[in-house]
Design a protein around this ligand. Structure first.
Ligand code: AHR
Length: 493
């Protein structure tokens, strides 16, 4: 029996709903054939947006969607994607397979998608190959309520009201695909772009600088020091893939325990990354709170056999569910520093929530975890601790139980627990300091095996199931299945 202890008297803050954010790039079949199906009569859609995908993402309470990239963003000229579709430019998507991009999904379509999803847009502007003027015009086009050249152009294209886009990214991976810059050089570029990012009478803009790659702490230090006063947040990108130097397989769905624990152990490094980056930002800018936006995270494997290597299409198993939950618990527990996170990517690319084939969609185990965790959004984070044993293989030894907890406005306490041990279930007792639980409801995402996945033409193997939980002796007791993700809603007397 292992204790999970919750201290309702201690909290680091409110869990921003944006921690549960998503990312959609013009990459492979994420937008075209994924979220956007145009006027395909065989796929149910509203204004071109795939209905089944919109409904599934709404169930998971999608709060914010990042677009148009990724690496694509720094090649994207937004004016190519406005106006009558028949006169939009056809371009080459040079980063992702050299495929043709007809620009039929542009600014209006993205913002229509966000409207249908009921989420905030987060636009990543082109710094690598764009201009300060082009970036500034995009903001004016989206946000200017009165009369101006860009507002008139927007109206000519059929949109009267501004969209009031708040979140703007100043380039993407400017240390790599976004321009191969040094931190020092990018800091200057960032200041330059930021200076001309005006509000245009709309909402205050939330400016996100292109931040570090994994543990590049030098990047964060330099950027915070030199450009921290011009932005609201710095981003961080960290993907968990297999450690190939240890000979780990790169397959998303065919793997053994060594591959699994390798991914779990690499995922838990996210905790250290957040600690270090936020500490650096605090130290460098003690007079201003800079947020951390983890706007690309997730598992990155080899593409599925027979698919285009540039499309980054991979399946998703219970391993993805465990990794998603571990990351989300880490973000919750760091909600004083992490203001937004965006898993890569929403549909048909990397650790997706949805896979599509024609009119059919598959809801992946990752989607189930986002749905399970949704009650954390906007709730007050509570201090939590799990008495954990150690499990793993070789030098990938990890804690078996990992948790986070929150309290909503009605005083309900919500706990999410991961049992990362794939060979044994765990009996847990949840004790909440000073509170006598009256009732508890548990739900769990698990399959028969860690390699279980949902697939086309088959009944779902991985889904949210009710789990037995009882209140006894002032505590909540349950058994967490091996390799599972569980949530508890606890009501007090
Ligand atoms: O998500 C795929 C790619 O990974 C993104 O385009 C880029 O930002 C990152 O390297």
């Amino acid at each position: 029996m292992q204790n999970i202890l919750i201290n309702p008297a201690r909290s680091v803050g409110t869990i921003s709903p944006n921690i549960y954010g998503h990312f959609s790039e013009h990459l492979g079949r994420c937008i075209y054939d994924g979220l956007y199906v145009g006027d395909d009569p065989d796929i149910p859609n509203v204004n071109g947006m795939r209905t089944a995908a919109v409904e599934a993402l709404k169930r998971a309470k999608i709060p914010v969607l990042r677009w148009p990239g990724g690496c694509f963003a720094d090649t994207y000229h937004w004016m190519d994607g406005i106006g009558p579709k028949e006169s939009r430019k056809t371009i080459v998507n040079t980063f992702w397979g050299g495929v043709t991009e007809n620009n039929s999904f542009g600014t209006h379509e993205f913002l229509e998608l966000c409207r249908q999803l009921g989420c905030q847009p987060y636009i990543s502007g082109n710094v690598g190959s764009g201009t300060v003027q082009e970036f500034s015009d995009w903001i004016e086009y989206c946000n200017m309520p009165g009369v101006s050249p860009m507002a008139s152009l927007r109206r000519k294209n059929g949109r009267e009201e501004p969209w009031n886009v708040v979140y703007w990214g100043i380039g993407n991976e400017t240390w790599g695909c976004g321009g191969n810059m040094t931190a020092e050089h990018y800091a200057d570029v960032c200041k330059n772009f930021s200076t001309y990012m005006r509000g245009y009478g709309g909402p205050a803009l939330y400016k996100i600088a292109s931040g570090a790659n994994g543990s590049d702490y030098h990047w964060t230090k330099v950027l915070a020091e030199k450009a921290g006063h011009c932005v609201d947040a710095l981003s961080l990108h960290y993907y968990t893939g297999p450690s190939r130097h240890k000979g780990r397989t790169g397959s998303a769905s065919v793997f053994g325990p060594e591959d699994y624990y390798d991914c779990v152990s690499r995922t838990l490094f996210m905790d250290e990354l957040i600690e270090n980056h936020t500490r650096i930002m605090r130290n460098v800018r003690s007079n201003k709170k800079l947020g951390l936006v983890v706007d690309e995270w997730g598992l990155w494997f080899d593409v599925e056999p027979g698919t285009n290597p540039a499309f980054l299409y991979q399946q998703s198993t219970m391993r993805d569910a465990v990794v998603a939950a571990l990351n989300l618990n880490i973000f919750n527990n760091h909600c004083d520093g992490v203001v937004m996170a965006n898993i890569a990517q929403t549909v048909n690319v990397l650790q997706s929530l949805i896979l599509t084939e024609g009119a059919e969609i598959v809801e992946t185990p990752t989607l189930k975890v986002f749905e399970l965790f949704a009650p954390h959004q906007g709730a007050k984070q509570l201090d939590s601790y799990a008495e954990a044993g150690l499990v793993g293989t070789g030098d990938d030894i990890v804690p078996d139980i990992q948790v986070s907890a929150s309290e909503n406005a009605d005083g309900e306490i919500f706990v999410t627990a991961v049992n990362a041990d794939i060979s044994a279930s765990k009996e847990v007792v949840i004790r909440i300091g000073g509170i006598k639980p009256e009732s508890a409801e548990a739900k769990s995402v698990w399959g028969d095996s860690i390699t279980d996945k949902n697939d086309f033409g088959q009944p779902e193997k991985v889904f949210i199931r009710p789990l037995g939980a009882c209140v006894e002796d002032g505590a909540v007791k349950a058994v967490l299945p091996a390799g599972s993700v569980t949530s508890f809603t606890v009501r007090a007397k």
